[in-house]
Design a protein around this ligand. Structure first.
Ligand code: ZN
Length: 292
């Protein structure tokens, strides 16, 4: 078998594809022919070419999916039956329909969430140690706005995560520029949130089968006050939630509250609603708040 790079720890497959282009001196279009597994486009964020990459890296498609794609994040909030369907569809590369779902999961309608993110310290360290930097999966997850390793705010590049890989965007962190943005959260808040995202990706899959019961138990402490305040159209849990997260932060992440009543998204999430847009980040924010 010919040479092909091995994925680094926590490297996105999109990053591996870009490095392969660099190492082999091939444009993305030529790499598609080399991978030849029936998939059509090389993409940065969505899992693709799992079978072709499995063949070239000697890692199983399941291993690649779990350790080098955003699948564990996309599976947050999904009952095990739906998680299995998503897993199977991604493994079979029928990702066309899933790209819409993943687009919603990653909040790609929001400018700052739609661009590739990197940590300057990771980039400098990797470049000096291994001669190249790479795109980390963790840095691509909504809610991770500081590097979990260095605690530094992530830089946002001008490169979109969406289009298929081309000569113009097949770039590694050392080849792009970017700056941190203000997410409306202080450093402590960003670090707590990043830890909560990682924790949510590592929870046992069954957690989400019983999440409504868990939320009901955790929100039971708000019940006493609830009876007093219900007539004013205020849900005490949502009121506390709105005090916990800065309004600016909720706006910047596309999760502003429409009200502090029982029709707002945190109250509906507790009751078992499954909104398509940013479902995963909503669960992370609610869990972090309820457990704090
Ligand atoms: Zn870092």
């Amino acid at each position: 078998m010919r040479y092909f790079p091995t994925p680094y720890p926590d490297e996105l497959l999109g990053s591996l594809l870009i490095r392969a282009c660099h190492h082999l001196g091939l444009p993305p279009r030529a790499l598609v022919r080399l991978l030849a597994d029936g998939s059509s486009d090389l993409v940065f964020l969505y899992p693709s070419f799992l079978r072709g990459l499995s063949h070239l890296t000697n890692l199983s498609p399941e291993d690649l999916l779990l350790n080098h794609t955003v699948f564990p994040y996309a599976a947050i909030g999904l009952p095990t039956t739906k998680r299995l369907v998503l897993e199977r569809e991604l493994l079979m590369s029928t990702a066309r329909g899933n790209s819409v779902r993943l687009r919603a999961a990653f909040g790609l309608h929001i400018e700052n969430l739609s661009r590739r993110r990197f940590c300057k310290k990771c980039c400098v360290e990797e470049y000096s140690q291994i001669g190249e930097s790479y795109w980390h999966r963790r840095h691509a997850l909504p809610g991770i706005f500081v590097c979990p390793q260095h605690g530094e705010p992530l830089c946002i590049s001008s490169v979109s995560v969406l289009p298929k890989l081309s000569t113009g965007n097949a770039k590694l962190p050392q080849e792009v520029v970017g700056n941190p943005v203000d997410w409306g959260l202080d450093m402590d808040g960003m670090q707590r949130l990043a830890a909560a995202v990682l924790e949510a990706t590592e929870l046992p899959a069954e957690t989400w089968d019983h999440v409504t019961e868990e939320y009901k138990r955790l929100t039971a402490c708000f019940d006493f006050e609830h009876h007093r305040q219900r007539r004013w159209g205020i849900d005490p849990m949502v009121l506390e939630f709105s005090r916990f997260y800065d309004e600016r932060f909720l706006q910047k992440t596309g999760l502003a509250l429409s009200s502090i009543g029982s029709d707002s998204w945190p109250a509906r999430l507790v009751r078992g609603a499954r909104p398509a847009m940013l479902l995963q980040l909503r669960h992370v924010l609610l869990r972090l708040f309820l457990k704090f």
